[in-house]
Design a protein around this ligand. Structure first.
Ligand SMILES: C[S@@+](CC[C@H](N)C(=O)[O-])C[C@H]1O[C@@H](n2cnc3c(N)ncnc32)[C@H](O)[C@@H]1O
Length: 372
């Protein structure tokens, strides 16, 4: 390997902190640049296009930095260079995110692994190095991305089993799996993944219930056909296509009230509170800014005409709640927040989830204490 690339990989590994030895070896064996298109988008506070042909050095610097590189907008309908942007629909995830999830997955040679969301193919290549390419199955919903990933993988001599289709169905014909690695955001865990995993096997996924933050979840599959586990940390990924937040916000009967609660008490609450509030209410919450105003939307995902907009104005005594529909969504979120306070403000890792054929349940401390 090019000495410059090897040195960049070592610097990247050093910058990532704690990583297991097998995952470090995989990072060395599977250089990231072989999976990054010549044009990509870096999205931090601002967006920057990296273009290998125009500036190869800047492209390589970005590829060996701990940043995600967006590779598709609006399911491919919009060019990456389009100034107006759009929804980020595929990326090569930040190396630190990839290594955290691989260590959570804990794959061993010979494990049969299912990956959901092939994207650029980099994770599938790392998994192939970790367990053996013949044991890896990876599913991508977007046919153009799947084709490019197949090319990237075969250019590097890796031949995992690739499927173009909806990852929610898993791959019954390649089951049972020892590990399922989901690399797109999930609100509702498809039971097919539990069914297709051997008892004792693990499923790791970014759980994103549409409420400020996403949470890494590790489930262990049990002999009774259920899976359960706790939330282990932060995780932000692009949503699975069928589980994106609908652009709802329809008009309906409206009224204005005021709240004494600073909305940032809710929006900036710790991840444990966010998990509790989303599980207790089933509502979505998002934020934005307008000049010096801080905006919070609470929406009912099942009813487009039930939502509220809370506007924080610096220095004000109380804040406007613009409420559409009958459901008092803001009050429900505030009540849920204070239930979390009354529970002693439990941290994220005290919450867990159980997935069974009947659906999923979020709990606090033990699977018996279901909260939503
Ligand atoms: C963050 S990217 C995955 C990155 C990838 N693991 C890599 O190493 O480059 C998320 C991917 O999930 C894909 N995806 C979204 N919904 C999906 C679905 N229902 N089934 C399979 N893939 C899906 C997206 O098209 C996107 O490529």
């Amino acid at each position: 390997m090019d000495e410059g690339i090897a040195a960049r990989i070592e610097r990247l590994i050093d910058s990532l902190g704690d990583i297991s030895a097998p995952v470090k070896r995989a990072l060395r064996a599977v250089p990231r640049h072989q999976f990054i298109p010549s044009v990509g988008l870096i999205a931090d506070d601002t967006t920057t296009i990296i273009d290998h042909d125009a500036d190869p050095a800047a492209w390589l610097d970005a590829v060996y930095a701990n940043v995600p590189i967006v590779t598709q907008l609006n399911d491919g309908a919009t060019d990456l260079r389009d100034e107006t942007g759009g929804l980020y629909t595929s990326s090569n995830s930040a190396p630190g995110t990839v290594t955290d999830f691989l260590d959570l997955l804990d794959p061993a040679p010979g494990h049969r692994v299912l990956e959901i969301g092939t994207g650029t193919g980099w994770t599938a290549a790392l998994l192939s190095h970790l367990v053996g390419a013949q044991y890896v199955t990876s599913i991508e919903v977007d046919s153009a991305l799947a084709e490019q990933a197949a090319k990237n993988l075969s250019d590097t001599g890796m031949h995992p089993h690739l499927i173009t289709g909806d990852g929610a169905d898993g791959s019954p014909e390649r089951a049972p799996f020892d590990r399922v690695h989901v690399t797109c955001g999930i609100r509702t865990v498809p039971y097919a993944w539990v069914e297709q995993t051997r008892p004792g096997g693990r499923i790791v996924l970014p759980y994103d219930p549409g409420f400020v933050a996403g949470h890494a979840l590790r489930l262990a599959v049990r002999p009774d056909g259920t899976a359960a586990g706790t939330f282990t940390g932060f995780a932000a990924y692009m949503m699975m296509r069928s589980q994106r937040v609908p652009a709802n916000a329809e008009r309906g009967p409206e009224r204005e009230t005021r709240t004494r609660i600073d909305p940032r008490t809710i929006t900036e609450a710790p991840p444990g509170a966010a998990l509790a509030m989303s599980a207790l209410t089933g509502l979505y919450l998002s934020t934005g800014r307008q000049d010096d105003r801080f905006l919070t939307w609470v929406t009912d995902p099942a009813a487009p005409a039930q939502w509220a907009l809370i506007t924080h104005v610096p220095g004000a005594d109380d804040f406007e709640v613009y409420q559409v529909g009958d459901r008092p969504v803001w009050d429900e979120v505030v009540d849920a927040y204070f239930r979390w306070v009354d529970w002693g403000e439990p941290r994220r890792d005290r919450f867990g989830m159980t997935v069974s054929p009947d659906g999923q349940q979020v709990w606090l401390d033990t699977p018996q204490q279901v909260i939503g």
